[in-house]
Design a protein around this ligand. Structure first.
Ligand SMILES: [Zn+2]
Length: 220
């Protein structure tokens, strides 16, 4: 997870307010989807997959419309993938997790993200910090652990395996850039190009940014 900043515009809030008053109003308006794609860099805020089919999630469930305010609250609308949405919906503990749009929640620093390739791809998610009187970090760790490692039911076979393969490929490309950058044979111009590409990988616009940050944190 990485921090995202939500844009607050009167236009969106008013459009949602209008829908809230209708008998069967919709929150998945074009303007809402467009702004969410922009604010979340077209990434699932939970697993950090990028440019995939997305869904709108209610960070705090609206309980099938029973809480109409939560259903149409712009602050409560997040961008997720189908895989993460299903896993988060399944457990009530996951209603209380770190909020990646809250700058006080250090979603990248408070949780360590690591891909172990041997003997088979496995994502390690560990809390590095604990909040007093609160389980939200542990709940977030549990959710992420499931999202990356859950054994699939037969009809969904392969989805976390593919996700881990994608993380592996992305991190391998990133690690190769670091190796090139520190190589003694690299030319000065190539080194500059390499540096720019490393920077790009570390921006939240790239996929699986939290994993890449941890590669940097853990190395001299
Ligand atoms: Zn996801």
């Amino acid at each position: 997870m990485v921090h995202f900043e939500k844009t607050f515009s009167e236009e969106i809030e008013m459009a949602l307010e209008r829908e809230k008053k209708k008998k069967s109003g919709k929150y998945a308006l074009e303007i809402v989807i467009e702004q969410l794609r922009h604010d979340f860099e077209n990434k699932c805020y939970i697993c950090e997959q990028k440019d995939i089919a997305i869904e709108i999630e209610h960070f705090i469930p609206h309980k099938k419309g029973k809480n109409i305010n939560l259903k149409f609250d712009w602050k409560n609308l997040f961008l997720v993938c189908h895989h993460c949405n299903n896993i988060k919906l399944a457990k009530t503990n996951y209603n209380q997790i770190l909020n990646c749009t809250n700058p006080e929640h250090k979603v990248t620093e408070w949780i360590e993200y690591k891909l172990n390739p041997i003997p088979k791809l496995y994502v390690e998610v560990v809390a590095t910090y604990l909040l007093e009187n609160s389980n939200i970090i542990q709940n977030t760790v549990d959710l992420l652990h499931e999202v990356y490692n859950k054994e699939n039911t037969p009809n969904k076979k392969g989805s976390t395996e593919n996700l881990k393969k994608w993380i592996f490929n992305e991190l391998t490309a990133f690690a190769n850039l670091l190796t090139d950058y520190y190589s003694e044979e690299i030319e000065e111009d190539d080194k500059k190009v390499c540096y720019k590409r490393i920077q790009k990988h570390l921006q939240k616009t790239s996929a699986f940014t939290a994993f890449k940050h941890w590669i940097i944190y853990e190395n001299d």
